[in-house]
Design a binder for this molecule. Structure first.
Ligand code: GLU
Length: 311
């Protein structure tokens, strides 16, 4: 379902509270805020704290404080995914009722052995495609007496979508990832399900986030279609790269920007803005910098590829 043209813009920044914001996540925060303001829309913050073992106590508060220091204040109270389990369970049940989700008894090792037996050793960073072992009916063998561990979605279909910055995109989900996890073996909700349920529940019209998440979009569109939910527009922003050429992350040394004084916050915003293509803005203070940045961003997005909404 495409969203009705002209639906009032609602954007969001959806950090996982695994630590404070760093230069890379500040780019995604700033881009989503600028895009909402440039469209006269609303900007929300959603704390994606579903992966509890990876969450750091206090990090959500730290992130909200860092955003406030940069003048980025959500228009509505933040949502916390840890409080949304009932909505995810309801969506999963609907997918199961529709025959689109099933119990999986495979361990990571089972999946690995499947591919090794077919002469396909693991390559670093590549996500293993689920071979469909437990898929019920034709194509799979079901649980075969093993206990259910995770629940998976039947990931089939070539998905085409338009990214506002990257242009036309497509992914064959069966080839890229196969049937993907909705509810994990450790009892936690998977990002793909939580993000789709919450983007719809919050009426998000525009997802603006880092390019490292672009290849999740096809899975999310499949889930939206299966649940009868609208598909937002997507814009994936450039990434900040670490010295090793990889995406900047806490794992390769990202440190939180200095936001201790307004001048430092403005400096951090300027650095994040440069990644987005903003010119240096000679503003006297954070509020003025943000106002100038909204105008500059409006010029940048006007030059993005144009497209019509998919049917
Ligand atoms: N929580 C995800 C992350 O921090 C972002 C999810 C999204 O923007 O869709 O990587």
């Amino acid at each position: 379902m495409a969203r009705a043209p002209g639906a009032a813009y609602r954007g969001r920044f959806a950090p996982s509270p695994t630590g404070p914001l760093h230069a890379g996540s500040l780019v995604a925060a700033l881009a989503s805020w600028l895009d909402a303001r440039a469209h006269g829309g609303r900007w929300l913050v959603r704390i994606e704290d579903v992966d509890t073992p990876r969450c750091l106590p206090g990090a959500a508060g730290t992130i909200l404080g860092q955003l406030a220091a940069c003048g980025l204040r959500p228009d509505e109270p933040p949502w916390y995914q840890s409080e949304r389990g009932a909505a995810y369970a309801d969506a999963l049940q609907r997918l199961r009722d529709a025959g689109l989700a099933y119990d999986c008894g495979c361990t990571r090792r089972d999946i690995e052995l499947h591919w090794l037996a077919r002469g396909q050793p693991h390559t670093a960073d590549a996500e293993r495609v689920y071979p469909g072992t437990c898929r019920p009916g034709a194509g799979g063998a079901g649980l075969q007496g093993r206990p259910a561990r995770a629940q998976r979605f039947i990931g089939e279909g070539v998905v085409h979508w338009q990214d506002r910055r990257l242009g036309a995109q497509q992914q064959d989900v069966a080839v890229a990832v196969g049937d993907f996890v909705l509810h994990r073996a450790d009892g936690l909700w998977a990002y793909q399900l939580a993000v789709v349920v919450d983007d719809a529940a919050q009426g998000i019209t525009d997802v603006v986030r880092g390019e490292d998440l672009a290849d999740n979009t096809a899975r999310q569109i499949l889930l939206q279609r299966a649940l009868g939910l609208p598909t937002p527009r997507y814009l994936h922003t450039p990434l900040v790269l670490a010295a090793d050429g990889r995406k900047l992350s806490k794992q390769n040394g990202a440190v939180p920007p200095d936001l201790s004084r307004p001048a430092a916050a403005q400096h951090a915003l300027q650095a994040a803005g440069a990644v987005l293509g903003l010119p240096p803005l000679p503003a006297a203070g954070v509020a003025e910098w943000l106002a100038q940045a909204v105008r500059a961003w409006a010029g940048i997005i006007a030059a993005f590829p144009t497209f019509s909404d998919p049917p």
